[in-house]
Design a protein around this ligand. Sequence first.
Ligand code: HEM
Length: 495
Amino acid sequence: MDLQASLYLLFITFTIIFSLFSLSLFIIRLNRCCNCDICTAFITRSWTSEFLNLSDWYTHLLRKSPTGTIHVHVLNNIITANPDNVEYMIKTNFVNYPKGKPFSTILGDLLGKGIFNVDGNCWRFQRKLASLELGSLSIRSHAFNIVVDEIESRLIPLFETVSDSNDAVLDLQDVFRRFSFDSICKFSFGLDPGSLKPDFPVSELESAFDLSSKLCAERGMSPSPIIWKIKRLFNIGSEKELKKSIKTVKKLAGQVIKTRRETGSGLNNDLLSRFMASINDDDYLRDIVVSFLLAGRDTVASALTSFFLLLSQNPKVLEKIREESGRVIGSDPEVLPGFEDLQHLHYLQAALHESMRLFPPIQFDSKFAMHDDVLPDGSFVKRGSRVTYHPYAMGRMEQIWGSDSLEFKPERWIREGEFKPESAYRYPVYQGGVRVCLGKEMSLVEMKCVALCLVRRFDVRVVDPSRLLRFSPGLTATVSGGLLAVVRRREVPEL
Ligand code: HEM
């Protein structure tokens, strides 16, 4: 047998042994044996005969549960849609519910010590620094200028070109992902990947970043962490790919930081320059900024995608948004909104919140209990258990939103003509409590600008709007197969 054949045989033997090992681990893990209905349906995957997404099945179970909480014993996972429990986890007893090691190990190679992935003092330090920066008026107007520039120079020209072509179809999700990637890179690093340029180039950073987040999400879905950890140890399969893509992300981000150190940060207004003033360790700086890319990119793209789906399904809401914008900004669709105008668009603000109620970009969020505990609804939490609050299910609970909970009704957010926010524990789309999202205001500004500029100039009709959405597994809700829409220039009636 020649060397090549021996190596091939060795590889096959290793793969078979490794697969058997993984399978036995999976079985051992599930042997936290439980034959309750939920665990049986989970193990046999019988829920798939009735539901398209795991989140839909959990929603069904949570809606039926008298406490709004269920327990998937085989996963050692308590899942809750009960606002009292949510408030307790993310505010009252926050210290007992950190992100925990299981989560930080999954994302650790990509995010290092970045804010999204750490607890304790390291988190507290970054949180303080980032809240100061993101709260400042100058960075808010900087973010607004970035978004408006990306809309004017890329998004509108793209929609115009597509409208004028014979095949006026676009994948909205893909476009919004490109748009939000360009925006968050400019905001965080002062770097323009140009991914929304007319030929849709794929930047090295974007493809490496996408692959890294996808493969990290796959780690989270692996039956046991030991499986991916062994693959990482031997640098094989998806872990080999992940290592390579993370190396690219870190190299490119590191280059930007190095150049900025050389040229000085004086003229730049982005987050990196601001953090550079307080942090000397470049690896730490890189981790912080990469966390922002993850936090601010897919979330905004996901929210915009489902918003345009719901507008296609609800033309009356679309008309009301146009009416309101006409009143506040004027009837000329070419006029872009000013920063101040955005504060007066109550109906649009309500429509965006309503859309994220039904389709939250982060459908669920898990913490790991440090000590034994009891939740307000009486559920016992054993130390080390995973406790998940579920914004997707919460947005669909009759107990929270009433019997019309499945309907898209922006009016439910309006009182006496003005937008009235809901408690973050009933609507934890941006989390809430101690670790509430730091980009909430910025994301709303970004989404309002995109929504206004598009609905005032174009008719955007999703192809097959009644299709039920299947989501790809991952950190943020992504529609499997994208969301195709027909785009036409809008005929604005002469006054
Ligand atoms: C529709 C858009 C967005 C939604 C729904 C959203 C939602 C969330 C949620 C649920 C969390 C908590 C995650 C966790 O702790 O596990 C979070 C955290 C965070 N978000 Fe957002 N986000 C959005 C946009 C943004 C943007 C644009 C930025 C950046 C400018 C951003 C920056 C952050 C940061 C830095 C954190 C970590 C906060 C901390 O751990 O203290 N987010 N976001």
